[in-house]
Write a protein that binds this ligand. Structure first.
Ligand code: ZN
Ligand code: ZN
Length: 83
């Protein structure tokens, strides 16, 4: 019987730090709200990526992010209908 030897694969998994999200990978839009939700952006070359935003005014979660030509989410405190 193998005496509890850890496999290379197991070792690699153990070494991986839990839940580390590189800040650069996280695309999000700060709109002054509190709750983040996730939008799905389709880029011009047909790929999709998620981006988070915390605007309370988003009507649809499927749409390009501001980096890919989409509308910027409405900022809390800068609502166009509250001029
Ligand atoms: Zn949003
Ligand atoms: Zn995008």
């Amino acid at each position: 019987m193998a005496e509890g030897t850890i496999t290379n694969r197991g070792f690699a998994l153990l070494k991986k730090p839990p839940l580390t999200t590189p800040a650069a990978e996280e695309v999000y839009y700060e709109a002054g709200g509190t709750q983040f939700h996730v939008h799905v952006c389709t880029t011009p070359d047909g790929k999709t990526h998620n981006w988070k935003c915390n605007s309370p005014y988003c009507a649809s979660l499927i749409g390009s992010c501001p980096d890919h030509g989409g509308e910027e989410p409405i900022h809390v405190g800068r609502e166009p209908w509250k001029r």
